[in-house]
Design a protein. Structure first.
Length: 340
């Protein structure tokens, strides 16, 4: 009789078993959905607006950024995050120091580029564009106020397109004026939600803008809407030409929010409130750009509870620095001009 003996498996050391278990262990990967970076704003000279400058979010309502050099006492549980430069501390946790009865307010705009507008209220940066005798913000206002919104309530849309404002929010007026005439409180250069030194444009200001472009555009067949729009953000139209942003205004298709709270027309439409009123006290006039039209038109009126974009205009009495205006004469004329 032949007996077979099964060999026992070789004994493994505890260390070897632990190593094998580690190698065979499948680690669960956590995939985070990153918010896409703001689309760089590309201007008529083909330069790009740095995304870091576009990402100028306003400070949170419940927190302030406090430099580490500031001798403020705070509980360790109140610190949200820290770095070698700054810590974020909840307002409610700040303790009075012996040298001050209140925490110092955040300081904005100390190192802002001189050629740009820095809003001292929140640190947002904006291009400035000189068109004729006017100095416009080259981007939509993005100052957070009650009655203003990001498209579809997504913060990343505010970074690119700015905020959408009801008329009373844009004008910084009590919401009771949404259904009542505000003729008696509208100032000549009405600041509204604009930064210091700037004001809400009137119908006459947009008319001046259109008139200047018409008289100073080397391309006589190119109409106002085409000259104001950027190529970026607008839906393609087979019938009308793409935007040229001829004078640097940089209009984008930012859409709007209607009176029922529904966001519409992103990529198709841009609307701008003005500091005027309609015959109906619950309505206000606005100017419109549309992807399927090549004109910038102001023959419209809508309920003040709609939310549209805001472009601010520099006050005439503000100190002006020497500047170089965009020169449409320097560009080559296209071989085929758009027909009238």
């Amino acid at each position: 009789m032949v007996s077979c003996e099964q060999n026992e498996p070789a004994k493994q050391s505890v260390a070897q078993l632990q190593t094998a278990a580690t190698e065979n262990k499948t680690e669960k990967k956590v995939v985070k959905r990153e918010i896409p970076s703001p689309v760089p704003l590309v201007y008529r000279d083909e330069s790009a607006f740095h995304p870091a400058l576009a990402d100028t979010a306003a400070a949170s309502q419940d927190s302030v950024v406090v430099p580490e050099s500031l001798e403020t006492v705070a509980t360790s549980s109140s610190i949200e995050s820290s770095s070698s430069e700054k810590v974020v501390v909840k307002k409610s946790s700040l303790v009075e120091s012996s040298s001050s009865s209140a925490p110092r307010a955040p300081v904005f705009c100390e190192n802002a580029p001189e050629e740009m507008l820095c809003d001292k209220r929140d640190g947002h940066l904006y291009r400035l564009v000189h068109i004729g005798n006017q100095i416009w913000m080259g981007q939509n206002l993005n100052y957070a106020t009650h009655g203003s919104y990001c498209y579809e309530d997504k913060h990343e849309n505010c970074k690119v397109f700015g905020r959408l404002y009801t008329w009373t929010s844009a004008m910084a007026l009590d919401k009771s004026y949404a259904t009542a005439s505000a003729a008696g409180v509208i100032e000549k250069e009405h600041r509204g939600a604009c930064p210091e030194g700037f004001h809400m444009p009137k119908d006459a200001d947009f008319n001046t803008l259109v008139s200047y472009m018409k008289n100073n555009n080397r391309f006589p067949n190119e109409r106002s809407g085409t000259a104001l729009k950027m190529a970026f953000s607008w839906k393609y139209s087979e019938e009308w030409p793409a935007g040229t942003d001829r004078f640097g205004f940089g209009a984008m298709a930012s859409g709007f929010r209607n009176a029922q709270g529904v966001f519409r027309e992103l990529g198709h439409d841009a609307d701008f409130w003005v500091a005027d009123e309609s015959n109906n006290p619950s309505h206000a006039p606005y100017w419109n750009l549309y992807y399927d039209n090549d004109e910038f038109l102001g023959d419209y009126s809508k309920k003040k509870t709609y939310a549209y974009s805001v472009r601010c205009l520099k006050n005439k009495d503000a100190d002006d620095k020497p500047h170089t205006e965009p020169n449409p004469e320097a560009e080559k004329a296209p071989e085929d001009s758009t027909a009238e």
